[in-house]
Design a protein around this ligand. Sequence first.
Ligand code: FAD
Length: 380
Amino acid sequence: MSGGTHAGRYDVIIVGGGIMGAATAFHLRTLYGKSVVLLERGMVGAGASGVNFGNVRRQGRFLPQMPLSHRAREIWGRLPELLGEDCEFLATGGLRVAYSQADMAVLEKHVNEARDWDLHLDLLGQNAIRSRWPWLGPDVVGALMSPDDGHANPRLVAPAFGRAAKRAGVVVHEQCEVADIAREATGFRVTAKTGLEVRGEVLLNSAGYWGGRIAADFGEPVPIVPRGPQMAVTEPLPYFMEPVLGGVSSNIYLRQVKRGNVVFGGGLRGPVETDPPRGRPVPELSIAQWGRVVRFVPALAGVQVIRSWTGVEGYMDDDIPVMGESGTTPGLFHAFGFCGHGFQLGPGVGAVMAELIATGRTVTPIDPFHIRRFESLKPA
Ligand SMILES: Cc1cc2nc3c(=O)[nH]c(=O)nc-3n(C[C@H](O)[C@H](O)[C@H](O)COP(=O)(O)OP(=O)(O)OC[C@H]3O[C@@H](n4cnc5c(N)ncnc54)[C@H](O)[C@@H]3O)c2cc1C
């Protein structure tokens, strides 16, 4: 690969400018000097990457994902230095709350299993949590504190990666929906609905839910469905809730931003449309979520919920993403289907995919996420 750009020809074409595509573009350019074009149907970071809850959480993850999550967390701490913006990332700690001894057993198991990952987890009983967070509901019997977890503003992160990539020399085309991808003797020819045509040696499919369609076009169908996790936010309140809260058995999470609003979501996923992408919040889901919020933090009863929203996310049937090189097509790479937990991973996915594309290998193990696990679905 040359590192130079001439007449619409690049080292790497990236389809999809969510956090995965934008972070990969940034790392490919700044660490490896590749010439990169990023093609995004809407605006960079306006999809799932821009509307999510903003949880930057390592505790409770699928263990084989820990190395990737760890790599991502290291980058989260360096965002101001890397991008020139902090993206409102705050390492406030994440608190996973238990309502029963069965919940506590789940937390204890995680403490043991994640021992090697340096999460500094702290399992706390009822007295300890009462003295630190007296506003937690009376049903809470314990919690697991992960002090290096936190939250960020999803509206800022992928666009910041996109802007930094552009400053470094990545060519970014927004409002540019890819209509056709053809394999040629020396790479790929990509045609957008605008008529733009670009060529590249390598193609990264980071098209979120729609990444499944691109994979299928290259003979690699995957079991992916679109869903809309539902979020809502309250009126602003005096700031009191530092850690991000999540439940073990109660499927709810909430965080308070410094401006005072409490953002909440979790568990319930509504239907979405994909062509064009559109998620409609279902009022009944917000009402059900609110009951769980108030059980966590009774002081929130009576507070006004001012807005709800959702977004289109791709869920794989085994709840883990697709990452790595294609099993059918040399030069094609995938990073899609992040199943509702890709925001924290995003910066790490960018670093790993850039490393894999530029050097042919990555020091971070991603084998469990390879698309070959769906080989039985390939057309005969
Ligand atoms: C409401 C909600 C809450 C969530 N909460 C959290 C959370 O708290 N923590 C967490 O870790 N994760 C969370 N997630 C998941 C996280 O947001 C996603 O896993 C992550 O953002 C996926 O990033 P992506 O880049 O793969 O996909 P996307 O952000 O969807 O980006 C893919 C992009 O590809 C573009 N595209 C698709 N087809 C084409 C085409 N043909 N041509 C050009 N461009 C195309 C799309 O327009 C889109 O911008 C949540 C998701 C949602 C929806």
